[in-house]
Design a protein around this ligand. Structure first.
Ligand SMILES: *Cc1c(COP(=O)(O)O)cnc(C)c1O
Length: 474
């Protein structure tokens, strides 16, 4: 398809703004180069975006079981609430007296999230999961620095972790200590004991972990780190198996982030906007990025934590994303939140049991919100890889699951149906997976050639990663 710059012509334009009725101001600095803006009429512009929209696959198009990403349905009421003029027609620099309702909304979701997390303090500033991780690890850093404990320069990360965990630790100036997982996909306690010491700043952990298993030793794990003087960070990007059921704060974690754009149903993909709310225990509250919202009687105000390590974002975070998550939590309520989690676990186990008929599971036990299949045997036998199966799914109108992650499972396909899929849609999806398994055995070439019905065939993924072209050359 054509890029927007390749469409239209100099004569075309579209007028959305009224003519300027105030004196024009010319800034000192002149442009060195001509500004290239597309010249399109409204009709052409609409067609352009519609064409793009038709080429992408979202939850509204079909099954989208991207493990670790929680592509759950975003109820339309979330959009309605976030679009209320009282929320959209205010300015972040408005006087607090005039935006008490918006502040109440932020305060209310802060309270709900603290309840779900089992934490005491909260910030809604971070714009993404990785940004939340950064904020959480900076809290850990501020804590050690404040105590003059400067020798703690290492963060422990299990080898099953999401790639953002080691990246975050490194970005915050820590050395990353990788520890292996045991046979069961859980933290190897001996390896953890051997790794901790006076240089341990903290541990970053996801539980249930990225293979969909709840680590039963969690209390012992957090205790080992605490005994060594380190703090525990919970990567709750995907809290979908446990929200309202078990609280990270009770597992011994000191701080957490959760992706409102995964767990709490706000839409995501394509780079945002998202929200990585961060919660922390009482003793870390004073280091939180400011301002935070405080309530005095029935009045809301902004306050700066005493030893705040600084802002992580302008203004108050992605406000409308937060509003969608607030609506989600309020519509489900105290009973609905854990019910959603239990259904997510039920759905994952249901799908796993259907696929187990043919596929090998990496960990053949009851899973949490997602499970990982290992296609090594199929690959050895037929030459059909996890990638080939994924490409075959595209021809069947399904979005492939997460591939080749976590790294500890070879030829991995990681499936997370979420609670918002019906039994019918999972049955249909499973049927396709099983059909492709049979096809791998009878006609592997057909899968090597897939996709044949998608918008594009196989892409040069290495080329795209190594030499990305992100700028249009005029
Ligand atoms: C998605 C995810 C992240 C990162 O979230 P972003 O919003 O993409 O930055 C971190 N950890 C885990 C476990 C995740 O699934």
């Amino acid at each position: 398809m054509k890029l927007i710059f390749e469409r239209g012509s100099a004569e075309q334009h579209l007028t959305l703004l009224p003519a300027c009725d105030v004196p024009e101001v010319h800034f000192e600095q002149e442009r060195q180069k001509e500004l290239h803006l597309p010249h399109l009429c409204e009709n052409e512009l609409t067609r352009h975006y519609t064409e793009i929209a038709k080429r992408v696959h979202g939850v509204n198009d079909g099954f989208y079981p991207l493990g670790s990403c929680t592509m759950k349905y975003n109820p339309k009421i979330n959009e309605d609430m976030a679009a209320l003029p009282g929320f959209t027609k205010i300015h972040p620099l408005q006087d607090v007296e005039t935006v008490q309702g918006a502040m109440e909304a932020l305060y209310t979701i802060g309270e709900s999230l603290s309840d779900i997390f089992g934490m005491d303090g909260i910030t809604l500033q971070p714009s993404a999961g990785a940004h939340g991780e950064f904020t959480g690890v900076m809290l850990i850093k501020a804590y050690h620095t404040d105590r003059g404990d400067l020798a703690r320069n290492k963060i422990i990360v299990p080898d099953s972790a999401h790639g953002t965990n080691p990246a975050t630790a490194a970005m915050c100036g820590f050395q990353v200590v990788n520890i292996p997982s045991g046979e069961d996909g859980c933290v190897d306690l001996d390896a953890l004991r051997a790794a901790v010491g006076p240089d341990t700043a903290g541990l970053m952990l996801t539980n249930p972990n990225t293979v969909g298993i709840f680590d039963k030793n969690i209390l012992e794990i957090t205790q080992i780190v605490h005994d060594a003087g380190g703090l525990c960070y919970y990567d709750g990007a995907n809290l979908n198996a446990v929200m309202g059921v078990v609280r990270p704060g009770d597992m011994g974690f000191d701080c957490i982030h959760s992706n409102l754009h995964k767990t709490f149903s706000t839409p995501h993909g394509g780079g945002g906007p998202g929200s990585g709310a961060v919660g922390c225990k009482e003793f870390l509250k004073k280091y939180l990025p400011g301002p935070i919202i405080v309530k005095d009687g029935d009045k809301y105000d902004f306050a700066y934590p005493e030893k705040s390590f600084g802002r992580v974002r302008s203004f108050w975070g992605n406000f409308t994303v937060v509003l969608k998550a607030m609506t989600y939590i309020m519509t489900l309520g105290k009973e609905g939140i854990p019910e959603a989690s239990m259904n997510a676990v039920l759905n994952a186990n249901y799908m796993m049991s259907l696929l187990k008929e043919k596929y090998t599971m990496a960990y053949d036990e009851i899973c949490m919100h997602e499970f990982v299949m290992c296609l090594v045997d199929l690959h050895d036998e037929t030459g059909v890889s996890a990638l080939d199966i994924s490409k075959g799914l595209l021809d069947n109108g399904q979005h492939p699951p997460t591939m080749y992650f976590p790294l500890i499972v070879h030829e991995a396909l990681m499936i997370e149906p979420t609670e918002t899929e019906s039994k019918e849609s999972m049955d249909e999806a499973a049927e396709t997976y099983l059909k492709l398994y049979d096809l791998a055995k009878t006609d592997p070439e057909a899968l090597h050639a897939a996709p044949v019905k998608a918008n594009c065939r196989r892409l040069d993924e290495v080329g795209a990663a190594r030499n990305p072209i992100v700028r249009y050359t005029f």
